[in-house]
Design a protein around this ligand. Sequence first.
Ligand code: ATP
Ligand code: MG
Length: 214
Amino acid sequence: MTRVGVFGGTFDPVHVGHLAAAVNVRYSLSLDRLLLVVANVPWQKAGRRVVSPAEDRLAMVEAAVEGIPGLEASRMEMDRGGASYTADTLAELREAYPGAELFLVVGADVVGDLDTWERVEAVRDGCTLAVVKRPGSRPRLPAGWRAAVVEVPSLDISSTDLRARVIDGRPLDFLVPAPVVTLIRSRRLYSESTDDSIPNRIHHPGRHGRPGRL
Ligand code: ATP
Ligand code: MG
């Protein structure tokens, strides 16, 4: 039976915490493929901060997984449009891979939010949860789910910190794959024209006058 994993995220930007978790989950669970699914509109984050355009976030994930066996960037939530719900993503994958066993990868910080997810029962019944440790969050398994903790290297890296690093001019190297650093620079992502304190504004790189600091 094909074993397919889904690792959803905003990936704004993708970093080696995501990637080390992904390759180790794929290895530990013997997944045939693990899809890094880029959220179109991450409903949990919408209105709370500026989220980079999905095409930019996808380009970074594509660059990050290039040449890594079994890891794939997926634009399925972008193509579906609107708010991204994992229940819909799993339903789509069930059609794309009939009979496949589906695994949903989440960091320990996400487990506590599962109850708030859209159609959470469909998610719970449609997959096995793979919980990866994350510094600062205690991994626990939600009751009623088919779930396991998967050991991965514990890397204290977050996209939030990386965005702050760009604004401050601090280095990204070794926290983000080199081709992703290049993309962040060439597309001027996270430079001054983005402001985490301004809600509901889409960042259009290069349209706000002053070039970024990079
Ligand atoms: P942000 O700070 O913007 O929330 P993030 O670093 O948490 O970004 P997300 O795109 O929100 O990244 O996370 C996608 C998934 O990756 C989530 O399940 C999250 O728990 C997991 N994840 C993120 N960073 C790590 C890490 N360093 N180790 C393990 N899992 C991680
Ligand atoms: Mg997060």
